[in-house]
Design a protein around this ligand. Structure first.
Ligand SMILES: [Zn+2]
Length: 399
């Protein structure tokens, strides 16, 4: 029996691997100097310089002074991926809407579409609609099939990481058994990563919104459902099975109403949009949407303001528990109810600060989201660009 010698690594293969490594390093960072690229890769300054010359020539990377990093002197030149070197799709399927965005590698918006539809009962029709919308938007954005690095899909429920299926039989029951990412991947002809929608909102706000600079971020999405996404040191924290942050189904009151998840007194039953609209209806004010409730509150309607304030107080208790457990340094409140801003966030902040255990002298930083309704869809695109799968080879193959 003879044992074959391992195949020799050809210099050209080693160079391609290093080019790919530098691209992935830049993708996962917020801009690096040449010295930092050298330090993080362990490659010599001259090797890094040679690799960067090629990547700059191939228009995969850009280098520009970064004024935010000037420490008194001249701002250092910082390397980033060239935004136009590729594109990613973000698809946000909510309970009552579908939003699709096409973004460049800097997460800049190239094209967008929003449709108001009830997706809960119509999974297949929804996926068909997404397919048609994506085709239209890619043409609009001038993105060819070869430019597309992948898609990130957000769903309004816990997603089982192992199977890509919705992890709960009681939330979106019509979708149970479907593998939406695999279905969409076949339809769109690109990789599709699937994620809970609040996680995507958290990722986008942490990279480009109100969560920038936070080390342990909790993003709480208050909409039809209530959920939270957690980002620790720039990475999503999903828990063991992918359901971390299901704050909407934590129990606030054992005597509360029965929830769609089967528990009683869940936060969502006290602060989700349907609960708030039901409270208004009991007071004789029939409203169609959370947006209508917000408008009424902003116009000074005392009942609408009280409903939002009470929701804020309930959310504050749950947020305090979350912060106590995680030692989060910032909480970002988003979602369509979250857009009530201080009418909701004020009482929320008060309740949370009263109940949370924090280090002496510190208080929890609780702020409104900055990316609005677009956060989850942009987070889908960010997922493609930020997941630790190697994109370097795909980028190199393009130019
Ligand atoms: Zn529940």
């Amino acid at each position: 029996m003879t044992s074959a010698a391992p195949p020799a690594v050809r210099p050209s293969d080693a160079r391609t691997a290093n080019l790919s490594r530098v691209l992935d390093l830049l993708r996962l960072s917020d801009g690096l100097t040449r010295a930092e690229v050298s330090a993080r890769t362990g490659l010599s300054r001259s090797t890094v310089s040679s690799l960067l010359t090629e990547l700059l020539d191939r228009a995969l990377v850009q280098e520009a002074p970064d004024p935010t990093r000037a420490a008194g002197g001249r701002p250092p030149a910082v390397l980033r991926l060239e935004p136009s070197a590729g594109a990613a799709l973000g698809i946000d399927i909510g309970n009552t809407h579908v939003r699709v965005v096409v973004a460049d590698l800097g997460l800049g918006l190239l094209a967008e579409d929003l449709q108001r539809v009830d997706v809960t009962e119509r999974p297949r029709e929804t996926l068909e609609m997404v397919e048609a919308t994506v085709a239209r938007l890619l043409v609009q954005a001038g993105v060819g099939p070869g430019d597309l690095l992948g898609a990130g899909l957000g769903l309004p429920g816990p997603v089982d990481r192992a199977t890509g299926r919705l992890g709960s039989a009681t939330i979106l029951p019509a979708w149970v058994g479907l593998a939406p990412a695999a279905e969409l991947s076949a339809r769109l002809g690109c990789d599709v990563l699937v994620e809970n929608d609040a996680n995507l909102g958290a990722l986008a706000e942490s990279l480009h919104g109100a969560g920038r600079g936070s080390r342990v971020l909790a993003y709480v999405k208050v909409a039809t459902g209530v959920g939270a996404g957690l980002v620790v040191d720039g990475r999503l924290f999903r828990g063991a099975s992918g359901t971390a942050g299901e704050i909407g189904h934590t129990t606030l009151s054992n005597a509360g109403p029965v929830c769609r998840c089967g528990n009683r007194g869940c936060l969502e039953q006290l602060a989700g949009a349907p609960a708030l609209l039901a409270q208004m209806a009991e007071a004789g004010v029939e409203l169609e949407s959370a947006a209508a409730l917000l408008r009424l509150a902003q116009d000074g309607h005392a009942g609408a303001r009280r409903v939002l304030a009470d929701a804020g107080a309930h959310l504050g208790v749950a947020v305090a528990n979350l912060v106590t457990l995680l030692d989060a340094d910032r909480v970002v409140i988003g979602g369509e109810v979250g857009r009530a801003e201080e009418l909701l966030v004020g009482p929320l902040r008060y309740a949370a600060r009263s109940a949370a255990v924090t280090t002496a002298g510190s208080s929890i930083d609780i702020v409104g989201a900055q990316l609005g309704e677009r956060a989850e869809a942009l987070g889908g695109a960010a997922l493609v660009l930020r997941e630790p799968v190697a994109l370097g080879p795909a980028l190199l193959a393009r130019r």
